[in-house]
Write a protein that binds this ligand. Structure first.
Ligand SMILES: N[C@@H](CCC(=O)N[C@@H](CS)C(=O)NCC(=O)O)C(=O)O
Length: 210
């Protein structure tokens, strides 16, 4: 098994943090995304969506999508679960992960790709195109983050971690939402002390430094 990775890519970082939290040893292959390697062989055939990360199994099967990769690794290595210990916990972790991903992580990434000139010509991941960078998407992303931070603050007032008592993949997604948000000038506001307490605790985890 090999993980195709690009160190600066935040989705690849999500999977690397998950792997570190579980204490797994997964060989990595670095793909030079900025040099266009995803659009060339062998990557193009392995992952026609042309994004990282993706996982190549020993039988040649390729699995893309960060959460699908995490799910596969979790099922192979159920110890130290990060996606719930039983059906109820698994549903709750998935619920929170989706909320954070859809309501914060994705809007933040779209805002970043529409703001930073490095993404001109590839505002949608995995495509090369001439879609213009739109400032409206940046503004809407920032609005979405403000709403999400408020909701997380309420949640984290009564819960140590996003999905409950235990650190989970929802915290991994939350951590990278905060990282991307700070790159577009949206830190957790002073009005969200519970979210800030959570951020500081996650920042202390060695897995944030992989
Ligand atoms: N939904 C995918 C998104 C993957 C993705 O967007 N990856 C970015 C890096 S964070 C990428 O490969 N971008 C290629 C590009 O910019 O052309 C996942 O969860 O893995």
């Amino acid at each position: 098994m090999k993980l195709y990775d690009f160190p600066p890519a935040v989705n690849a970082q999500r999977v690397r943090m998950f792997i570190a939290e579980k204490g797994l040893d997964v060989p990595m292959v670095e793909v030079d995304v900025r040099a266009g390697a995803l659009h060339e062989e062998p990557c193009r055939s392995m992952n026609p969506f042309a994004v990282v990360p993706f996982l190549e199994l020993d039988d040649g099967t390729c699995i893309g999508e960060s959460i699908a990769i995490c799910r596969y690794l979790e099922e192979l290595h159920p110890q130290d679960p990060l996606m719930g210990r039983d059906p109820k916990e698994r549903a709750i972790v998935e619920m929170w992960n989706r909320r954070v991903e859809l309501d914060g992580f994705m809007p933040a990434l779209h805002a970043l790709r529409n703001a930073d000139p490095v993404y001109a010509g590839r505002v949608l991941p995995g495509t090369r195109n001439d879609l213009a960078q739109l400032p409206e998407i940046v503004g809407r992303g920032k609005d979405a983050l403000a709403i999400l931070f408020d909701r997380l603050d309420t949640r984290l007032a009564g819960s140590p971690f996003i999905a409950g008592e235990r650190f989970s993949v929802a915290d991994v997604t939350g951590w990278f939402t905060v990282q991307v948000a700070s790159r577009i000038g949206v830190p957790i506001p002073d009005t969200c002390p519970n979210a800030e307490r959570w951020r500081r605790e996650v920042a202390d985890r060695p897995s944030t430094r992989v």
